[in-house]
Write a protein that binds this ligand. Structure first.
Ligand SMILES: *[C@@H]1O[C@H](CO)[C@@H](O)[C@H](O)[C@H]1NC(C)=O
Ligand SMILES: *[C@@H]1O[C@H](CO)[C@@H](O)[C@H](O)[C@H]1NC(C)=O
Ligand SMILES: *[C@@H]1O[C@H](CO)[C@@H](O)[C@H](O)[C@H]1NC(C)=O
Ligand SMILES: *[C@@H]1O[C@H](CO)[C@@H](O)[C@H](O)[C@H]1NC(C)=O
Ligand SMILES: [Zn+2]
Length: 480
């Protein structure tokens, strides 16, 4: 039997009635309304110098260093087979001055031989992890080439062991009473983060809702939490964290921001309340879990390589704006592997599809990373600035000032490709390319004392500063 026309109308009316006023009471799995359908992202890459890490040139170092060509993930693979964690005993963190000519080339060769890996860097310094088995040989190379460096961490495994101690009994008891397990006194597993988001949606159904916008490669949920009082005149902001698995301070900070806004919404300023907040705390859940159970210093996602290729792509080199340009690698074993094509990875694809199809008109896109204390704006793909770079610079400096007033940390503001180095395929470039005005990558603390292995005592101070920055951004958005 064909349904009568009025059944269809009634259904449509009911759907509209159900979707509009009750939009804040989505059940997990239900979706926020979408705008149009998604177009497949285009490869927008152009002919540019591509920084690849393949085919190391032959060089006298070969004698000293040995011809070691093991893949970056070989340690991880051994651990996987042995069902144990990757052990960083005796591995060291060095800060190397790169101002002298030839230093970068030397570090590049050491990296290709898999004796070191890069943690962070700017125009004048590089933080490198020196593997335990390589400390002697790398020391010799540095001496011979007169390269100056400081040893920042003597034994990384010791720092890893001390980084995230278990909660004391009082805290555990508090957790049980609160209805969720997040504390900001510890780095939590994905289950606790997702549990916390669901708790907020259940507790504050009028303003908080959670939506799974896609699945990671290993089919973990990509959960976006929305905080909104539903006013049609609201602006919108998208915030994410946890792109890079080992940057634990990022999801911790992003969930802190969620907690402050959701738990105190009624007392919040109009600047905060007149924004629809869309927040994805863990972009790379597979990598995040992997850093908890296998390899603390894993960066990429966990898509398996084809054949004997290495695992994982760098999600922040996989976005389809000038994909495949500078500062991204075509080598699957590289930590900055761009993926096989733009948006080849389910995690980056989900974010792009969500932002493109959302009814929200985003005024800002913030992506939290660590470390270095930088507030970076596009473009990242090359040393060019967008037409409104002055606006981005002015607001960025106001955010940095608020951060410093709050907790004393100094953030350097600038165009990412100029301040640090070009890096193509980043989510910030893509967001800016979508026309989102205030687009920033925020490299949280510290500046390299602990690097990625930042003790839990830093969570609250770092997150409090970030929240102060968010408040400034909110007020600037309303001036648009
Ligand atoms: C260190 O150098 C020695 C001698 O040149 C070489 O035999 C050894 O394989 C090197 N070790 C590493 C880890 O590269
Ligand atoms: C680069 O890094 C070094 C060491 O971490 C720091 O002292 C310096 O201020 C940084 N430069 C810029 C431009 O941020
Ligand atoms: C290293 O520095 C020392 C003294 O500063 C100098 O005598 C030597 O020639 C330098 N070696 C190289 C390879 O630059
Ligand atoms: C989105 O907001 C900007 C100003 O923030 C405005 O210029 C633009 O027209 C808006 N777009 C839509 C589709 O509402
Ligand atoms: Zn990062």
């Amino acid at each position: 039997m064909k349904p009568c026309w009025w059944t269809v109308v009634l259904l449509a009316v009911t759907t509209v009635a159900l979707c509009s006023p009750l939009i804040n009471e989505l059940e997990p799995g239900q979706e926020w309304p979408k705008r149009g359908s998604v177009k497949q992202p285009q490869d927008e890459s152009e002919d540019e110098d591509t920084l690849t890490e393949e085919t190391p040139p032959s060089h006298p170092e070969a004698e000293i260093l040995g011809e070691i060509k093991e893949e970056i993930s070989s340690l991880a693979r051994a651990a996987e087979n042995a069902d144990t964690k990757v052990d960083y005993s005796g591995a060291q963190l060095w800060k190397v001055s790169t101002e002298k000519t030839g230093v970068r080339a030397t570090l590049g060769r050491l990296r290709r031989r898999n004796l070191i890996s890069t943690w962070a860097g700017n125009q004048t310094y590089m933080d490198i992890l020196v593997k335990q088995t390589a400390v002697q040989n790398v020391t010799r190379v540095m001496k011979r080439e007169n390269i100056t460096y400081d040893i920042i961490i003597e034994d990384l495994q010791k720092r890893i062991n001390e980084e995230n101690p278990p909660l004391d009994e009082n805290e555990v008891e508090l957790q049980d009473r609160r209805g969720h397990r997040m504390t900001w006194k510890q780095y939590h597993r994905l289950e606790d983060i997702h549990g916390f988001m669901d708790y907020l949606a259940k507790t504050y159904p009028k303003i908080v809702s959670v939506n799974t916008i896609g699945k990671s490669y290993e089919e973990r949920d990509l959960k976006v939490l929305r905080i909104s009082d539903g006013k049609p005149t609201n602006k919108a902001v998208f915030i994410d964290g946890g792109f890079h698995a080992r940057e634990w301070i990022s999801p911790a900070t992003v969930t802190y921001i969620i907690n402050q806004i959701a738990e105190n919404f009624d007392e919040e300023s109009d600047d905060i309340k007149n924004i629809d907040w869309y927040i994805l705390p863990v972009v790379n859940p597979d990598g995040y879990e992997y850093t908890h159970v296998k390899d603390r210093l894993w960066r990429k996602n966990r898509r398996p390589g084809i054949g004997r290729q290495c695992v994982g792509a760098d999600l922040n080199r996989n976005f389809g704006y000038r994909w495949g340009g500078k500062g991204a690698s075509s080598n699957p074993c590289s930590d900055i592997y761009r993926g096989s094509r733009p948006f080849s990875e389910p995690e980056s694809r989900a974010i792009a599809e969500f932002i493109k199809t959302s009814t929200a008109n985003f005024s800002a896109y913030l992506t939290f990373h660590s470390y270095g204390q930088y507030l970076l704006y596009p473009w990242g793909y090359d040393t060019v600035a967008p037409p409104d770079h002055k606006d981005l610079d002015i607001v960025g400096k106001k955010i940095a000032a608020a951060i410093e007033t709050t907790g004393g940390s100094k953030f350097t503001v600038g165009c990412s490709s100029k301040l640090l180095y070009p890096a193509s395929g980043g989510s910030d470039d893509w967001a800016k390319g979508q026309g989102i005005k205030y687009t920033y990558t925020i490299e949280l603390g510290d500046t390299g004392r602990y690097g990625f292995v930042l003790p839990t005592t830093f969570i609250e101070p770092v997150a409090r500063e970030a929240l102060a920055g968010i408040r400034v951004l909110a007020s600037e958005i309303h001036k648009l």
